[in-house]
Design a protein around this ligand. Structure first.
Ligand SMILES: [Zn+2]
Length: 61
């Protein structure tokens, strides 16, 4: 048996997310904050996300 959907929480805006089955390394876009999230871990149908660093210009910080 496997669940049809997975759940997780956006690390940025803390929106509850329900997704189709994903595997580690896949990315989705948060529908709320539009951030790109990469699946770090899938445990018992619960996803752990990591924010993907968007390549921005280096302003010399
Ligand atoms: Zn979000």
């Amino acid at each position: 048996m496997s669940t049809a959907t997975l759940t997780g929480v956006c690390p940025e805006c803390e929106t509850d997310l329900t997704t189709p089955p994903l595997v580690e390394g896949e990315t989705i876009a948060c529908p709320e904050c539009m951030l790109t999230l990469r699946v770090e871990e899938v445990v018992d149908g619960h996803l752990s996300f990591r924010m993907v660093e968007v390549q921005l210009r280096d302003w010399g910080q």
